[in-house]
Design a protein around this ligand. Structure first.
Ligand SMILES: [Zn+2]
Length: 240
């Protein structure tokens, strides 16, 4: 019978502890804080870029479910905004030709959602000149904001190298009217902490509050046309 002395046991167990400590720990998911952020999630989603994709895309550690869980919202986001002026940009045309037209053709549910979002609107210029009635798309507010909020959480981690606690709420808003965009542009001097740009696809400017670093603000532009404004606020915690 093999005899293991107590001294040997102690050495063995400290060897095991050391080996466990030396194992690389997987980072936490930047979205939900789960301990296994074992996948690399693209921010914004990789599908927003036509091919060939740039080599400098942002990725953040995410758990599997946060990484894959928003794919349907992201598909709807893309398809919706292809029915706006973003769809006739170079990027929009490439995305539609390379991928979106197939997805749109195959996905009956998505087609129905888009059809129900198309509304006739009265169009007037900023000077009040009536241009007539046109078909325009009304994006699904909750689902499009969910896509943007996730992007902001990912960007926050990327820029500040620390996750935004899942309890800190992010509020975003699609700026549909030129007057809303010009109003938000007045805050541009406050957004000078940094900016990044993948021309024609995605760009953002941001800053955060000096004495309340969880408070941050973001202006994000998709496809050169679609502008969202977002803030994270430690004072509007999500109630679980
Ligand atoms: Zn997660």
């Amino acid at each position: 019978m093999e005899h293991v002395s107590n001294k040997h046991r102690v050495e063995l167990s400290s060897d095991i502890t050391r080996a466990i400590d030396m194992q690389p720990k997987s980072p936490k998911c930047v979205y939900c804080g789960a301990p296994h952020g074992t996948t690399q999630d693209h921010v914004p989603p990789k599908s927003f870029f036509p091919t060939p994709k740039p080599s400098n895309l942002i990725t953040v550690p995410a758990c599997w479910s946060c990484n894959a869980g928003s794919a349907k919202d992201e598909d709807l986001f893309l398809a919706t905004f292809m029915f706006t002026e973003a769809g006739v940009t170079d990027t929009g045309k490439k995305l539609w030709d390379q991928k979106l037209h197939r997805m749109y053709k195959k996905n009956i549910g998505l087609r129905k959602l888009i059809a129900s979002s198309l509304k006739k609107i009265e169009l007037t210029t900023l000077a009040g000149i009536y241009l007539g009635r046109r078909l325009a798309i009304k994006p699904d507010k909750i689902r499009s904001e969910r896509v943007v909020n996730k992007i902001v959480r990912g960007l926050y981690y990327h820029e500040f190298k620390e996750p935004l606690s899942p309890s800190v709420e992010i509020v975003s808003h699609f700026l549909q009217r030129p007057s809303e965009i010009s109003y938000v542009e007045k805050f541009a001097p406050m957004l000078l902490f940094g900016s990044r740009k993948w021309p024609g696809v995605f760009e953002y400017r941001f800053n955060r509050v000096v004495d309340q670093p969880k408070g941050s603000m973001w202006v994000i532009r998709f496809f050169g046309k679609i502008v969202f404004w977002a803030v994270s606020s430690p004072f509007c915690s999500i109630k679980s």
